[in-house]
Design a protein around this ligand. Structure first.
Ligand code: PGA
Length: 222
């Protein structure tokens, strides 16, 4: 215990997160830092595919992602990650409720890049419903997608965590589509080949225990 405490007084934490998680992970880091002021943090933000490569290389102390590698025993869920469909407020579908998924077959979407966990989950959802997602426009960040959807380029499919501001400001609305939100989870993952440092253990414990009251998933009812 003494060693653990000693290790905690100082230390460095190398975290890599899926790009969608950058909407809440800094809040966790700030709260953790208030308790352990001498700990420094490096945060790498990238998509799921790059995260898997970094995990293989043990290139971080902890990863936070929406879909860990299958059969990953060191992955712990700690927060919901609902995916929703967004539109500009003046879109005709914004006034409808219980929109059947089949209605989306003729809509154009602005989607994340190949390798994004959000993109993968969206594709699996539409495939299950026998619908080809019209992924006409592709963008490498949630920010770009929100701007594009707001400007009328198409519908978007993003995690609710990326949408807090736009929903409050009513720049975007969440469409009431059957089967949505797609329910997913956020996981914290410790690479198996990496020594589990005292700081990393403390941050994982803090995340698993504290996420519930520190982090709120934005409201989505319009
Ligand atoms: P992404 O991953 O940022 O690569 O889309 C997040 C997720 O899997 O939800």
């Amino acid at each position: 215990v003494l060693n653990e405490m000693k290790g905690l007084r100082r230390g460095h934490l190398n975290i890599a997160v899926a790009s969608t998680a950058n909407y809440f992970v800094p809040r966790l880091i700030a709260a953790f830092h208030r308790r352990h002021q001498d700990i420094s943090v490096t945060l790498e933000v990238t998509n799921r595919e790059s995260l898997l490569k970094l995990l293989d290389m043990n290139a971080m102390d902890l990863a936070i992602m929406g879909q860990p590698p299958s059969g990953e025993p060191a992955a712990h869920p700690f927060l919901e990650n609902p995916l929703v469909i967004i539109a500009p407020p003046d879109h005709p579908l914004a006034r409808e409720s219980n929109i059947p998924v089949s209605r989306l077959a003729t809509e154009h979407f602005v989607v994340r890049e190949e390798g994004s966990g959000t993109r993968g989950a969206a594709e699996r959802f539409f495939e299950t419903h026998g619908i080809t997602l019209q992924a006409t426009q592709q963008m490498h960040s949630s920010e770009a997608i929100k701007q594009a959807v707001e400007a009328g380029l198409g519908l978007g499919l993003l995690s609710l965590h990326t949408l807090e501001m736009e929903l409050i400001l009513k720049r975007l609305v969440v469409l009431d589509v059957e089967g949505f939100p797609i329910q997913r989870q956020w996981y914290v993952v410790h690479p198996r080949g990496k020594r589990f440092s005292g700081v990393a253990q403390a941050f994982m414990k803090f995340t698993l225990e504290g996420a519930g009251h520190l982090l709120k998933t934005p409201e989505w009812r319009n």
